[in-house]
Structure formats: structure tokens, C-alpha cells
Design a protein around this ligand. Structure first.
Ligand code: NAP
Length: 285
């Protein structure tokens, strides 16, 4: 059996096309969705991500701008800018690209973003709303994974789901979304005693570990849905996920590739969150 491949690139494109008419409607009402991305420092990967985010917005008619600071900038300057953006009616979404330089208190910066403009969904208020099963902004990567389940016709109700990883960005919100969808959820971490015991009985495995080819075919149940969130750079420069794709392909029922899987969905869901913020402001949602 060869697994069905869930094509994140195609789904991302389909969704972005569908966003255009929503953006046009909002713009006609004087609420062109606007996203500001704040970048501190010169981290090469962050620069690439920020560029993709800004360009993704512009390509579907949204307003987007990047604000950059030198790595040595003091936290107060960034907090002051966030306060200005919080008060700016033309801006519906504010995102601070992580990681921040070491002298920043990341939590304090994220909490400074107005909860109704927190399109990354990292503000405590939004995390709480998600935990209560009444989400306002869903963190973009797990939001994208949920869209992939929807597209793949994966019914989560009553399913055994294992999430490998417990980060605030991926693992924890992913687990909450799966719980809210009716799955029975196990969240594993680096101290989990027998990972294979958990993964091999799961109908759904989501890997968010940050270790190349970490999940192998012998760890998964035949027919399982395997979602690979990992993005790892191999010594030869190629991108690789947390799942050994070739090894799992003949065991899984459905699987996401890397590249072309979860990655393209993340920025797409950032656009979705910004549009949703503008729609809420316009009274459409
Ligand atoms: P992270 O903060 O480093 O978290 C990794 C998690 O994996 C931690 O909870 C860690 O456990 C767990 N872990 C490490 N070794 C393990 C092991 N041997 N067994 C079980 N669990 C283990 O990483 P992240 O931010 O969640 O990102 C995870 C991966 O997804 C990375 O490759 C990242 O680049 C990628 N990513 C991709 C996207 C996308 O758009 N596709 C977005 C975000 C992240 P402990 O908590 O015990 O340390």
C-alpha cells in the first residue's frame, strides 16, 4: 500500500485564491486587511520567512509592511512601536518574528500585542480561548494542519492521535485542536519513555520534533495519517522533515511531504487570520 500524499502546496494555493474575494469585499468597505511584521536582527532564516509573509499578503491584495530593527535595539523601542500599531486602525494583524535576540523578554513582547491583532495566536488570551474550545486566532502551523485533515477527509472524532513535541508554537496548540475535534490525544516529549508504544497505536501522528527522519516506518500503524511539521536542513543543503518519508510511505494511509506539506500552509493561515481579524472589525464575522 502506498500512502496518499496530502499536497500542502496545492491546498495552500487553492486557499489563497479563495481569500482574494474576501480581501476585495473588505477593501471595498474601507477595511483592506493589513499585516505588520516586526523583524529584530539579521537572522537569515527569519528574513526569508518575513519576506514570504509580506509577499503572500501583497499577492492577494492585502496591505503589508515590514518593520526592521538592528539586533541591538532596546525592548522599549519595540514595545513602543507595538503600542502604536495596536492603535492604528489600518492594521489588523501584528506579528513579531521569533526568535528575538537574547536581551528580549519574548513573553512580554508577545503579550504587548493587542489580543485582537495577535494573528500568530500566541497571546495568553488567545491561547486560553483555544484551550476553552472557543478559539479566536489559531496558531498558524496547527491551523494549517487542521485544514489538511479537512482536505484529506480525515475524521478526527474518536481517533487516537499522538503529537510528538510540546512547544507553544506547534505541539501544544496542535494537541488542543485535536482534543477540541474529538480525538483521544497523547502528547509526547523528549522524556517520553517508550515513544514507539504510543506512535504505533495511533491513527494520527503529528511530528513536531526538529530531528530529521526521526519517525520511521516501524513506529507507525499501517494506514495511519502521518503529518510532518519538521523543517530540518541537511548537511547537503536539502530540506528534510521529522518523518522518514520514504520509509513511512508504504505504511501510512496518508502522509505529508517536506517540502510541499505543512510549510506552505503556515503562511497561508497567517493570511487567513489577518483576513478574519479584518472581517471581525468590519462586523462580517
Ligand atoms: P521545539 O520548540 O524545539 O520543540 C521540539 C519538541 O520536540 C519539544 O517538545 C521536545 O521535547 C520534543 N522532542 C525532542 N526530542 C524528542 C524525542 N526524542 N522524543 C520525543 N519528543 C522529542 O520545536 P518546534 O518549534 O515545535 O518545531 C518543531 C519542528 O517543526 C522544527 O523542525 C521546526 O523547524 C518545525 N516547524 C515548522 C513549521 C512549519 O511551518 N512547517 C512551523 C514551526 C516549526 P521537550 O519539550 O521535552 O524538549
Amino acid at each position: 500500500m502506498t500512502a496518499q500524499i496530502i499536497d500542502g502546496k496545492a491546498l495552500a494555493e487553492e486557499l489563497r485564491q479563495s481569500f482574494k474575494s474576501r480581501v476585495d469585499t473588505l477593501t471595498a468597505q474601507g477595511q483592506q486587511p493589513g499585516l505588520v511584521v516586526i523583524l529584530v536582527g539579521e537572522d537569515a532564516a527569519s528574513q526569508v520567512y518575513v519576506k514570504s509573509k509580506v509577499n503572500g499578503c501583497l499577492a492577494i491584495g492585502m496591505h503589508s509592511e515590514k518593520i526592521t530593527y538592528d539586533a541591538a535595539v532596546d525592548q522599549e523601542t519595540v514595545l513602543k512601536k507595538i503600542a502604536e500599531l495596536n492603535a492604528d486602525p489600518a492594521i489588523h494583524g501584528i506579528l513579531v518574528q521569533l526568535p528575538l535576540p537574547k536581551h528580549f523578554d519574548e513573553e512580554k513582547v508577545l503579550e504587548a500585542i493587542a489580543a485582537d491583532k495577535d494573528v500568530d495566536g500566541f497571546h495568553a488570551e488567545n491561547v486560553g480561548a483555544l484551550a476553552q474550545g472557543n478559539p479566536r486566532f489559531i496558531p498558524c502551523t496547527p491551523y494549517g494542519v487542521m485544514k489538511m485533515f479537512e482536505k484529506g477527509g480525515v475524521d478526527l472524532n474518536g481517533k487516537e492521535a499522538v503529537v510528538i513535541g510540546r512547544s507553544n508554537i506547534v505541539g501544544k496548540p496542535m494537541a488542543l485542536l485535536l482534543i477540541n475535534a474529538g480525538a483521544t490525544v497523547t502528547v509526547c516529549n523528549s522524556r517520553t519513555r517508550d515513544l514507539k508504544f504510543h506512535t504505533s497505536r495511533a491513527d494520527i501522528v503529528v511530528a513536531a520534533v526538529g530531528k530529521p527522519k526521526f519517525v520511521t516506518g516501524d513506529m507507525i500503524k499501517p494506514g495511519a495519517v502521518v503529518i510532518d511539521v519538521g523543517i530540518n536542513r541537511l548537511p547537503d543543503g536539502k530540506l528534510c522533515g521529522d518523518v522518514d518519508f520514504a520509509d513511512c510511505l508504504n505504511v501510512a494511509g496518508q502522509i505529508t511531504p517536506v517540502p510541499g506539506g505543512v510549510g506552505p500552509m503556515t503562511i497561508t493561515m497567517l493570511l487567513a487570520n489577518t483576513i478574519e481579524a479584518a472581517e471581525r472589525k468590519a462586523g462580517i464575522r
